[in-house]
Design a protein. Structure first.
Length: 281
């Protein structure tokens, strides 16, 4: 192969390699919207188009390396993004199961006293100490219920691939941590770190939902292709919830821990925006 490159490389060979590379570049461009990848492909194209015949042998080696890299990239990308043989209904079943389990686990975060309560006044005192934990549990239950509604309303997929599957799993991981972060904020609300962990968990849940929705839409996984207005409505709704999460955590720690109940506005915001979207549509 070395002798071939050194002695028998012709302009026709180079042109054939160029055409091969250009074809692969066009295929990759059609299947990606990643700006960094597109910029690199443009660099490859510029590199090929401005080549001079006086350096054919040297450039041929580089072309072959580029051709090999593009071939590997294509195979890897196609393998990664190709549909997998998993029924989407099984993913929905897993999602429903985790949501149900997490909702149930929230109640177990409300612990009974270790010692037996002997009289009514002690029982009233105990119940009063549980009030913050019960309140946060209700807030978390409403949040999880809202995320479950969002998932069933906006995430109806007809097929899957590996990246989408793992984005969905990361979303479910965040959901699964809500009982733990709820216990933290219920028992240690005096510490900002507990507030921050709870807020971060909710923030990441919203972020992964948005990523999951965007990816499913870009890959045409959704059963019904959403309009531009619907996509704008969904994205803006979740951006509002992200901002609300940050505001609630700052107010909850710096002003009063009662501000945690502002999270109860989540279903209200969603309902109002849903009604407004339907009216305007």
């Amino acid at each position: 192969m070395g002798d071939y490159i050194k002695n028998k490389v012709s302009p026709e060979d180079v042109e054939e390699l160029k055409r091969s590379i250009q074809e692969k570049i066009e295929i990759i461009k059609e299947n990606t919207d990643d700006e960094e990848t597109l910029n690199k492909l443009d660099d490859f194209t510029s590199f090929i188009d401005h080549d001079s015949k006086s350096r054919i042998r040297k450039k041929t080696r580089k072309y072959k390396k580029i051709d090999k890299k593009l071939s590997f990239y294509q195979k890897f990308k196609l393998g990664l993004e190709s549909d997998i043989d998993i029924d989407p209904s099984r993913l929905m079943g897993l999602t429903d199961g985790i949501f149900g389990m997490v909702m149930t686990l929230l109640v177990f975060g409300i612990a009974l006293p270790e010692l037996q309560i002997a009289n009514y006044s002690d029982f009233v005192t105990f119940m009063s100490t549980l009030t913050p934990t019960i309140g946060v549990t209700i807030v978390s239950f409403v949040l999880i219920s809202s995320f479950w509604i969002y998932h069933h309303e906006f995430i109806k997929v007809k097929r899957l691939n590996i990246p989408y599957l793992w984005i969905n799993i990361l979303f479910l991981i965040c959901i699964s941590f809500i009982p733990f972060t709820t216990s933290l904020i219920g028992n240690y609300s005096q510490f900002f770190l507990s507030e921050a962990i709870f807020g971060l968990d909710i923030f990441l849940t919203i972020m992964f939902f948005l990523l999951m929705y965007h990816y499913a839409d870009s890959r045409k996984f959704l059963e019904e292709i959403p309009s531009k207005e619907e996509k704008r409505y969904v994205i803006h709704t979740f951006l509002i919830l992200m901002v609300l999460t940050v505001i609630v955590n700052l107010l909850d720690f710096n002003v009063s821990n009662k501000f945690i109940y502002l999270f109860l506005l989540v279903p209200v915001i969603s309902t109002v925006r849903d009604i407004r979207f339907k009216i305007e549509s």
